[in-house]
Design a binder for this molecule. Sequence first.
Ligand code: NAP
Ligand code: ZN
Length: 347
Amino acid sequence: MPSIKAYGATSATEPLVPLTIERREVGPRDIQIEIQYSGICHSDLHTVRGEWGDRPYPLVPGHEIAGVVTAVGSEVTKHAVGDRVGVGCMVNSCQECVNCRRGQEQYCLGETVFTYGSVDRDGTITQGGYATQVVTDENFVVRIPDSLPLDAAAPLLCAGITTYSPLRRFGAGPGKKVAVVGLGGLGHLGVKLAHAMGAEVTVLSQSLRKLEDGKKLGADRFYATSDPATFEQLAGEFDIVLNTVSAKLDLDAYLSLVASGGTMVSVGAPPEPLSLNAFSLISMGRNYAGSMIGGIAETQEMLEFCGEHGVTAEIELIPADGINAAYDRMLASDVRYRFVIDTATLG
Ligand code: NAP
Ligand code: ZN
């Protein structure tokens, strides 16, 4: 099996370090990808630090993978050598259950195989994109439109689809008011996508520090949630409140911003349980929902949408030895707006 360079965690408490890992040989339905860029998602940090439960180590995170196809298996039909492609948060599923058949492989009733720290269908543990190469089933590889640069497109594979999917599901578009809570990696793409869909977009950030950026990203309005007046001023305003925050929030306060019949949807996944007062929902017939990434077909649809509308992430390209510092900045809400690893620096 080929040995390749990677960067990952050896425990929940130590900094990430250079590692050598093995990838499987290219099987009949596999695609081998030379990884060029790999985004850093807050989920990587939650996972490697054990915040979502125990994980096997060594663990190479990374599920915003962009690169070029270098080999294909004998039965592959979907991609060819030289294609610009991406891999997101999942690399396999049963592909037979009702959810897989409706294109929601992320909700597979068998078991979704996530890109890292998951048991693959051949029994091996998956390792992610902070690496120079990956071998993935062709059904979990998507095409990146030629108009999008690979480095700024990489974050679309998780942050992009995770915000696109609920915005579509709850009808973001002309005449709709969308609030995006948290202007980090997910949030900034949520703003760009909701704006491109034609909705009126408001950012709800902890402070006004990122106000200028928010406006450039396409926000019509920008408020600080540290100011209690924000919640009075915006009460009952929004058709959709998209919560991208990685920490525990006062859900009742944010639900009070949802219009009658509107929806607050959480994609942020803090380790602590969240609680809410039933009257926050009952009193205005409000909905509270959750959403995990999006299916493969919808991911391809999102990439085409981004190609047409010129939507990519605002990125800070970093070398592999900058990953630990990037984690510290992410925890301090100091991401502008996605760190992307240049995997050529893995050596
Ligand atoms: P990120 O870049 O760190 O952004 C999170 C943002 O939340 C911060 O920039 C900050 O925005 C805000 N925030 C952080 N701590 C806060 C606090 N204590 N109170 C209020 N706001 C706070 O993270 P990300 O990569 O976008 O990921 C966000 C969350 O989504 C993570 O929990 C991640 O695991 C989860 N996620 C879920 C899915 C899914 O499928 N559902 C997929 C990917 C990621 P401001 O500075 O603007 O306040
Ligand atoms: Zn992610």
